[in-house]
Design a protein around this ligand. Structure first.
Ligand code: NCD
Ligand code: ZN
Ligand code: ZN
Length: 406
């Protein structure tokens, strides 16, 4: 495809290593067609889909089924995460062979589809992945270690039970990061910490890296853009996300760490839900998470426009680092720009306002509704083919499954 790009700013497409596209199991929230259309419109050319679908991606059959679903309708390239549980250790190597790009371990989980495995399972799994050079993504939000206390408070009719648990959320994240850093060292396996949400985690991550642990980490737009104060605008229940968004005393250091490079990767934890699932009267009944793939690049380009973030650092955290850490780059052999290029054309001067109604995601309940942005991805090309132009999907679905290493 030949297009005139004179004077335009062109960057590599974003690689979002943390999205929940909900298919199979929750198509009312999202599916592969809507989720990858949203990704293409957000300048994302590759997504890694999380395994907490129904059924969860915990078997060879589930990996194959998910890849087949995605191949039919995906607008961008995709990787499929496998899930680790206490009963699937023997299936992990066959799941790699079946095409899982990486694996997810929940250090704590209240989700019965993806219960947290035991410490011994985590260590055994990391030994397997270490042998394959695969980096494992770890959900280090383990508030559920206090789930017993939460249940007792709820049973006692305490409406402030959620707040009581969240008091300890910083320590719960620090605990999980410290524990998995130990396992990573013991197993000789690289580990990636998902959605770092607490400023208290930053020195722990830095110390582990200094000690030579092969640890990388990500944070997401909501942790560096929002704070609990946004609950006044959005509703505290709507704000629910795991791990929770904290106060400005966390947001500022996380933002500096991401923009400065101490946090390696920007992902989104794209976790779409229907608006009615986000606005129930009890916070316990409100679904946690927000859509993110379509708004992340715009929010970051706005920081570029203000001079707070360089475009070079943005490209590093959104594309280069995820490609390198998860084995998508460098590729061996010859690269042909015409047929291999995953690129995004930017209009850095475009002023715009985020509008939930215009998002392609089915679960379009975004906390960024109404926010003014400067800078917009205006064309997304996947392997040399334009899939999005000026906010519209312009070609038939041709997303392909990606594998780490070749
Ligand atoms: C995620 C979801 O909805 O799948 N929600 C969230 O708040 N991050 C689950 C998760 O990542 O724990
Ligand atoms: Zn998570
Ligand atoms: Zn997630």
């Amino acid at each position: 495809e030949e297009i005139g790009l004179d004077g335009a700013t062109v960057i590599p497409g974003a690689i979002d290593v943390h999205v929940h596209l909900r298919d199979p199991g929750f198509p009312h929230k999202e599916d592969w067609a809507t989720g990858t259309a949203a990704a293409a419109c957000g300048g994302v050319t590759t997504v890694f889909d999380m395994p907490n679908t129904n059924p969860p991606t915990s078997s060879v059959a589930a990996v194959r089924d998910k890849i087949a679903r995605a191949e039919e309708v995906a607008h961008v390239d995709f990787g499929v995460y496998g899930n680790v549980c206490d009963t699937n250790l023997d299936a992990l190597e066959p799941m790699i062979a079946a095409g899982a790009v990486a694996f997810k371990i929940y250090m704590g989980s209240e989700n019965t589809l993806v219960p947290a495995p035991s410490d011994d399972t985590i260590l055994s799994a990391l030994e397997i992945f270490g042998r394959h050079g695969l980096r494992t993504t770890v959900h280090a939000e383990n508030q559920s270690i206090l789930a017993g206390r939460g249940r007792r408070l709820k049973a006692a009719g305490r409406s402030d039970a959620a707040a009581h648990l969240e008091q300890h959320i910083d320590l719960a994240e620090v605990e999980a990061i410290g524990r998995v850093a130990l396992f990573s060292r013991a197993a000789g396996a690289p580990v990636h910490i998902a959605h770092v949400s607490s400023a208290q985690s930053l020195p722990v991550l830095a110390a582990a890296k200094r000690d030579g642990t092969d640890l990388s980490c990500e944070t997401c737009p909501h942790y560096v853009t929002l704070s609990v104060a946004d609950g006044a605008r959005l509703g505290d229940n709507f704000m629910r996300v795991k791990p929770p968004v904290r106060g400005p005393e966390h947001r500022a250091p996380l933002r500096r760490a991401l923009f400065g490079g101490a946090i390696d990767v920007l992902s989104t934890d794209h976790a779409p839900h229907r608006p009615e699932e986000k606005t129930r009267p009890s916070i316990w009944d409100c679904a946690p998470g927000f859509p993110g793939v379509e708004t992340s690049m715009r929010l970051m380009l706005t920081a570029v426009a203000s001079g707070e973030l360089t475009l070079g650092r943005y490209v590093e955290m959104a594309a280069e680092a995820p490609a390198r850490l998860f084995g998508l780059a460098p590729r061996k052999g010859h690269i042909d720009v015409g047929s291999d290029a995953d690129i995004v054309v930017l209009d850095l001067a475009r002023h715009n306002r985020i509008d939930a109604a215009l998002l392609h995601s089915r679960g379009n309940a975004t906390p960024f509704h109404g926010i003014e942005t400067i800078g917009l991805p205006v064309r997304t090309m996947v392997r040399g083919r334009t899939v999005m132009c000026e906010g519209r999907i312009v070609s038939a679905a041709s997303g392909a499954c990606v594998r780490g290493r070749d």
